[in-house]
Design a protein around this ligand. Structure first.
Ligand SMILES: Cc1cc2nc3c(=O)[nH]c(=O)nc-3n(C[C@H](O)[C@H](O)[C@H](O)COP(=O)(O)O)c2cc1C
Length: 330
């Protein structure tokens, strides 16, 4: 029989994959290991139905966790084969992974897994990323453009994005469901989920990032005062359709982009408020100058003084996200 991973290998990898970012740190995934195959499921009860009405971001978040898992396993010497949506009668079953010992583990494999731990969402302003053109050409080799299409928006897009951000906030001003979710999921954590207050910004800091989501603000001594306005590069990932398969794949590419940026020493912030409302999504689509569907935007830049970074955001414990059993017991 082919060599199989131990339960311990799977536990470590699932724990690391659990560091994946997700909308408001909702962590809408769970894993099941039967001793041979590892299965990934979406957890619709953890979907934010007012913010993410169609569940697009839930699937994107699960796609990130899927790619993080593969990165974690590659670093511990396992090659993964993925069957996406293997059960047409159970659409929450997103993927089944089977594993084979890898012939080698490269430094790159290990560094990517390390980047899972160091990556974080940074909502403060950035300075321009250094040597962006060189990095962009490397980045484009790290994923399949059939899975998600990457655009780099020019600096001249910034005013339109800032206006679209403002419009999004205005359109949502009287949306009680959206605000109830924002209050529930941000500013504190409940059961090791949600965006803690330390990860949020003050009103003054929020003003310096005109394209950001309007989160509840948190008081703090002013940070990065020298960066009076955000000078990040803004990326957009788009797909041809909003089908679950496209969304999970987009999440996998988002994982790659975030980890590659982290490896290059760049700070990142994923943004989706601009793709949640059709009118702002249309603005982003126009800026990309093609007809694909924008899914996420990512600010990428340099973040000085990371010494004062807040602690990592919490994650649900392993027992809540992984069930393990033998095949016969199923
Ligand atoms: C699909 C998705 C959408 C997100 N949307 C936003 C957003 O609009 N604004 C923002 O500041 N962060 C956004 N985030 C970042 C999450 O809030 C963040 O990943 C989560 O709080 C966990 O924190 P960490 O990334 O620092 O580990 C998003 C992340 C994902 C995966």
């Amino acid at each position: 029989m082919d060599q199989l991973p131990t339960g311990n290998t799977i536990e470590k990898a699932v724990l690391l994959a659990g560091r994946a970012p997700s909308l408001h740190n909702s962590q809408p995934w769970r894993w099941d290991f039967d001793g041979e195959a590892l299965r990934l499921f979406a957890v619709p009860e953890r979907m934010l139905s007012a913010t993410d009405a169609s569940g697009r971001q839930m699937l994107i978040s699960c796609g990130i966790a899927l790619d993080h898992l593969r990165v974690a396993l590659a670093a511990s010497g396992w090659h993964t084969f993925v069957a996406r949506f293997p059960d047409p009668n159970h659409r929450d079953h997103l993927a089944t992974l089977t594993l084979q010992p890898a012939t080698t583990v490269t430094d790159g494999d290990r560094q990517r897994a390390d980047a899972i731990v160091t990556r974080r969402t940074d909502r403060l302003p950035f300075t321009e990323p250094t040597n962006w053109p060189d990095f962009e050409s490397i980045l484009r080799t790290t994923f399949d453009p059939a899975d998600a299409f990457l655009d780099v928006l020019g600096d001249d897009s910034r005013p339109a994005l800032a206006r679209a951000s403002e419009m999004t906030a205005s359109l949502r001003r009287y949306d009680p469901g959206y605000h109830a979710e924002l209050q529930w999921w941000t500013g504190h954590t409940i059961a090791r989920s949600g965006v803690p207050g330390e990860a949020l910004t003050s009103p003054e800091e929020q003003q310096r990032v005109a394209v950001g989501r309007r989160f509840p603000t948190a008081e703090s001594t002013p940070r990065r005062r020298g960066i009076t306005a955000d000078h990040s590069v803004i990326l957009v990932l788009s797909t041809d359709t909003d089908t679950p398969d496209d969304l999970v794949r987009c999440g996998e590419v988002l994982s790659t982009v975030l980890l590659e940026c982290t490896l290059a020493g760049f700070a990142t912030c994923t943004l989706t408020h601009l793709t949640e409302i059709p009118r702002s999504r249309a603005v982003v689509r126009e800026l990309t100058e093609h007809s694909r569907l924008p899914q996420v935007l990512i600010r990428v830049g340099m973040a000085p003084d990371t010494a004062n970074d807040p602690p990592p955001t919490p994650r649900r414990p392993l027992a809540d996200i992984l069930s393990t059993h033998t095949r016969n017991a199923r």
